[in-house]
Design a protein around this ligand. Structure first.
Ligand SMILES: Nc1nc2c(ncn2[C@@H]2O[C@H](COP(=O)(O)OP(=O)(O)OP(=O)(O)O)[C@@H](O)[C@H]2O)c(=O)[nH]1
Ligand SMILES: [Mg+2]
Length: 278
């Protein structure tokens, strides 16, 4: 079953972003460093068109460092400049400011050549929901000016803030596109909480996480849950995880839904370690 999520407020958000693009010099698209390619909204990128673009891979603290490096190289091969950050601690932010400065320089030089005063760079921060756009903005400003939250759909309208004398940032609501083509991409976006929880079943997403862990990081399953082996079906592994954790219901059976919920919770918090999905 393909997961899809395009609530009504996003139609309005899309229109607002499209109109606001005319007002900005640079667009920063924020991506989740754990799965930057799955977070790419091609509809948004088409709207950005030829505007200078900086890709920022946020939540680097939750991602595998080697993978993040490879993703940045891959984006560079596409001609996209990319920077990895942690918007909570501010790691990588100086590189973002540097990238904004370098990207704005040709525009600023043009203003000077025309004898005009260089005005602050206007930068839009956009991307899919819950990737940390508002947190990123707060971090750059150095105080909490935008509301943030652990669920998608927190920001509902655009908001301008002055970062420094030379930069103004616009926060925007998270934007999806009408149809996610691949089942795997939908599952990854659900795992990262980009997609609202009403649009998927937790057991389906937890089973997908088990599949990914078996393929990419079997040691996580073995060590974090002290599983002797990881044979059998994904469902059997989830059962074993639930039993190890003591998530039982009457009669000693495993509480499957609680196990799914807790596994997703642990992954999202980073308790399973730094795991990348793309
Ligand atoms: N670990 C970690 N968590 C982060 C980071 N940046 C943001 N978060 C968390 O991610 C969640 C979403 O952050 P927001 O800033 O509200 O995300 P948003 O992109 O503005 O979301 P919408 O407005 O809903 O589109 C919050 O719980 C943040 O604390 C980061 O770099 N690392
Ligand atoms: Mg927000």
């Amino acid at each position: 079953m393909v997961i899809n999520w395009y609530p009504g407020h996003m139609v309005k958000a899309r229109r607002e972003i499209q109109n606001s693009l005319k007002l900005v010099d640079i667009v920063i698209i924020l991506l989740d460093a754990r799965a930057p390619f799955s977070c790419r909204n091609r509809d948004l990128e088409r709207m950005v068109g030829q505007k200078p673009l900086i890709m920022v891979l946020n939540k680097m603290d939750l991602a595998d460092a080697g993978c993040t490096e490879r993703y940045i190289e891959e984006l560079a091969r596409e001609g996209l400049q990319a920077v990895a950050v942690d918007a909570i601690t501010g790691k990588g932010m100086s590189q973002v400011l540097k990238a904004i400065g370098q990207t704005y320089k040709p525009l600023a030089d043009k203003m000077l050549a025309k004898g005009r005063r260089v005005r602050p760079a206007r930068v839009m921060v956009a991307g899919v929901p819950n990737v940390g756009k508002s947190t990123f903005l707060n971090c750059l400003v150095g105080k909490k000016v935008a509301k943030t939250g652990a669920k998608p759909g927190v920001t509902r309208g655009k908001q301008w803030v002055r970062v420094r004398e030379d930069i103004e940032l616009m926060d925007t609501p998270g934007l999806m596109w009408p149809k996610i083509e691949s089942e795997e991409q939908g599952l990854k976006l659900a795992l990262l909480e980009v997609i609202g929880e009403n649009a998927y079943h937790e057991d389906q997403v937890a089973l997908y996480l088990v599949k990914i862990l078996r393929e990419k990081r079997p040691e996580v399953l073995k060590e974090k849950f002290r599983l002797a082996d990881i044979e059998g079906t994904d469902e059997e592994i989830l059962q074993a995880v639930g039993r190890k954790r003591g998530y039982l219901i009457k009669g000693g059976e495993v509480d499957f839904y609680k196990t799914c919920h807790m596994l997703l919770h642990d992954f999202r918090k980073g308790s399973l370690g730094r795991i990348s999905l793309d």
